[in-house]
Design a binder for this molecule. Sequence first.
Ligand code: 6PG
Length: 248
Amino acid sequence: MADTDREIIAVADTAEMARAAAERIMARIDGNGGRIALCLSGGSSPKHLYRLLASDAYRSRIPWDRVHWFIGDERFVPEDSPLSNMGEARRIFLDQCAPALNIHPVPTLAANRDDSAERYARALKSFYGANEFSPDRPLFDLVLMGAGPDGHTASLFPGDPALDERARWVVGVASAHVEPFVPRVTLTLPALGSCREMLFEIAGGEKRAILTRLLNGETLPANRARSIGGETVWLVDKAALPEDRRGQ
Ligand code: 6PG
């Protein structure tokens, strides 16, 4: 489906979405013979993908020693809380499959969300090996994203000054606009955008209203997120697509 600087790929349902996302991740892994950095997301949509990556078919294809796993946003809760985004990814697949040193959670045992954000930024900079992004050397091979019912992405909510952050890589967010109403820690648009591919997963009939607004070009956070110099791809399922965009 044609769009400005992003590709929109329609898939039948959440199972096909997970397969498409897994294959795109495999293509990024196969295209990089060195150290690979993947940035995961929270929410419910990626859980299908996480289960698939743990299945024999994918588990045996992933060079686990070379892949590092980050998270694009986190709820400011302990990692063993059911609300933790990285905690959920660990429970579903990372703890069974990935070396512990390759899992990079947001340190939510920090004193507060801002301290946690600073510590995660330091960890990202140390992994990247520089304090500034070079456009020709993206931080991540692939960044997974979702879009919330208010158009937020990661923990960047409509109207929040964090959306305009240009210098910091990670910031604390005092309150979320949607459940769970806990403080958040989120990567900023420049950090999320430092990737070869930014891959959104948007699925389900409850997403149709916000997807319609996003496809109409409203200035909402999910519409402001782009890979800087790489590809931006939206996987959307039939249930989420507005009727006039189906079959395109
Ligand atoms: C979070 C997320 C959030 C999520 C979207 C979409 O912490 O909740 O990272 O940004 O990706 O809200 O979530 P769903 O996949 O549940 O629709």
